[in-house]
Ligand binder design. Sequence first.
Ligand code: KPL
Length: 298
Amino acid sequence: MGWDIIGAGAIGSLWAKRLQQSGNHVNLILRTEKQVDQFYQQGAHLGVFHSEGHTSIPCTASTPSTINHNITQLLVPTKAFDAFDALESVRSKLAANATIVVMINGYGAQQQIQKAYSDYNLFFASTTDGAFNKAPFHTVHAATGSTLIGKLDNPEKRSDTPLISTDWSRNIDSVLWRKVTINSCINPVTALYSCRNGEIFLTPERTDLITELVHEIEQLEKAIAFIRDVPLLDEVKRIAHLTADNRSSMLQDVLNSRRTEIEHINGAIVKRASLHKIETPRHQEMINSIRALTQSHQ
Ligand code: KPL
């Protein structure tokens, strides 16, 4: 069996490793011919650095227009703002009832994809793996996390997970929401203060900011009757502590002059809150500040 993976980002490369090592052929779908040429010139493999050393993963690569097979299993581990267009670029190559796993950050793009691709065997995943690309096609697996997978339509129906080493979630919508709420409190703060995750409570100013971000989400969650066992602030503290040495994905984007996912993270909070007439000025402020910081690369 084979998997196609869109892009060669850090999370996609981790999954290329896992899928290839469990006996699948992996084809990378890259944006341009130039990237495909570069991939073959570098020996047609992905390099993944991890705690036990370095693994070289042989793959093939093509652009959306040069794929010469029907895609039966597709992983979409892109940035949230790229996912829909990336899927559209390979739509004509999808086999009827192809399995598609969308593994993106944020909240909102998943629902848009669900509407447009409901004819396919569509899954959504949320991962806590930590990884970053240190060079094109060279990924560092910084922290092993876990990956939950489920369906947005008919979530209760138990199905086999199509990806190895993942756990089934009967409520992936809630998993995606929890993740975006945590990211909306950690990521912009690390990007604005240029600090690691473990430093977001270092000063009273940062602590006040996070407390207010959390409070706005709590108002919204009251309105939508979203129940948590553990208060969000405690969750934010736990994840910040667990990933203390990490530079958040948003900080990495800012440092590398890349577009950030702020619209899909804090933007998702503001959007959902506005539907319930809840004010979220601190989240809006995060969007404005990150936009201002990255204006030249939007
Ligand atoms: O998901 C993350 C991210 O950086 O996007 C956290 C949980 C904050 C870990 O770095």
